[in-house]
Design a binder for this molecule. Structure first.
Ligand code: SF4
Length: 396
């Protein structure tokens, strides 16, 4: 049976221990990761610290599942300072689940614009519709019902259920992964299944009987403000006296550093096609990088194919939009990153020549818009940047 084994690695003493996931007899696996004394001390210190140090954040002003949910989805891959303004705007536009369910997806995406990872917004919208249809517009309280909604995994369900309803549910996200790994002096890879199993067990074991939501928020806050990825503020940490990582001087080594990402350079072109006083946008289709958002025709180019750029621009627009163009000026070059790709995006202008009908194939969704109308449609971040050059090019 798989269990956890405590290893003494650095002489005697309460802190000189590390945890590893290993094959162990059943009796071993029943042992707890933290002693009852440790848990009690930790909870007491953490609560006292949180009462003093908790930030005032817009989603904390009311204990409401909808607010917790929206904030948790926005906070995935995004920092608190960025999320605050987005959260306020979003809640002003959609103050309730019902209001979000009734909204048009384009409106939702427009308000999400700039936050990235747009799948989150589409799933949030889909889940709101499901809550409206299956739960009469009331956010479900049951953990499994919450978890069955689009875009909600174990962590988000635990956060909503514990914070909004005080359900006894553990949480594990970037901040608590780091914090718990250090509180366990866990030296192996926290992203692997063994590490995840151990950390979820730890998160569950630490839960208090009451005020679970406050406890979970306090854990995240400690990870976010004090037990930071680099140079954690151990001197200000309420758990310092309980922390084996601090005691063993392993703060820089835990959690184990992630494997380096191998970035890939990609060359792309975006083409602003002009027809009179309007420019062309196409709706990104399901499966594309920015599905559901509008974009200028955009595609990968081969920059080494010397003297053939104009040819590639013509072919790319024809293939994506069924429009023949005549390339004009280069408007700008934008460098940006998407996941592991480092993209050099060349933005070109082009003039409309003619539409080329496609046989037996439904065409892409296209729109011709005046410059001032571009503000009303959801675009990705670089698409929005291109709009600035479009205005200049068209003298608007
Ligand atoms: S003492 Fe330092 S390493 Fe340990 S939990 Fe606190 S901030 Fe993190």
């Amino acid at each position: 049976m798989i269990g956890f084994r405590r290893e003494v690695v650095d002489g005697p003493g309460r802190h000189a221990q590390q945890w590893r996931l290993t094959m162990a007899p059943a009796s071993d696996s029943a042992r707890t990761l933290f002693s009852a004394y440790w848990r009690q001390q930790f909870r007491r210190r953490l609560r006292a610290w949180y009462r003093r140090a908790a930030r005032e954040l817009p989603w904390r002003t009311k204990r409401d599942a909808y607010r917790v949910w929206v904030s948790e989805i926005m906070l995935q891959q995004t920092q608190v300072v960025t999320v605050e303004a987005y959260f306020k705007r979003f809640l002003t536009a959609f103050p309730t689940v019902k209001a979000l369910a009734a909204a048009d997806e384009q409106q939702v995406l427009r308000l999400w614009e700039g936050l990235g990872y747009y799948r989150r917004a589409r799933q949030l919208h889909a889940a709101a519709r499901e809550i409206a249809e299956r739960h009469g517009g009331r956010f479900p309280r049951d953990l499994e019902a919450i978890r069955s909604l689009p875009g909600i995994g174990r962590y988000t369900a635990g956060a909503i259920a514990s914070i909004a309803f005080d359900t006894s549910a553990p949480i594990l996200e970037a901040n608590t992964i780091r914090l718990l790994a250090r509180l366990l002096a866990y030296r192996d890879d926290v992203t692997k299944a063994a590490g995840q199993t151990m950390l979820w067990t730890a998160a569950e074991e630490l839960l208090p009987r009451r005020d679970v939501g406050i406890f979970n928020q306090a854990l995240m806050e400690l990870g976010s403000l004090v037990c930071t990825p680099r140079e954690p503020k151990c001197d200000e940490c309420p758990a310092r006296a309980l922390c084996p990582t601090f005691a063993q001087g392993l703060v820089e080594a835990i959690p184990a550093p992630k494997a380096k990402t191998n970035y890939e350079a990609v060359d792309e072109a975006a083409v602003v096609v002009r027809r009179g006083d309007k420019v062309l946008l196409r709706l990104c289709e399901p499966g594309e990088r920015w599905a559901g958002l509008w974009d200028f025709p955009r595609f990968v180019i081969d920059k080494n194919a010397k003297g053939r750029l104009a040819e590639q621009l013509v072919a790319g627009v024809l293939q994506q939009a069924g429009i023949e163009v005549e390339p004009a000026d280069r408007l700008a070059t934008i460098k940006h990153g998407v996941t592991r790709y480092r993209i050099t995006l060349q933005c070109h202008a082009a003039h409309f020549v003619r539409a080329v009908p496609r046989r037996g194939k439904s065409g892409p969704q296209l729109r011709w818009l005046q410059v001032h109308e571009l503000a009303n449609v959801p675009l990705n971040t670089t698409g929005r940047k291109i709009c600035q050059f479009v205005g200049k090019w068209m003298g608007k």
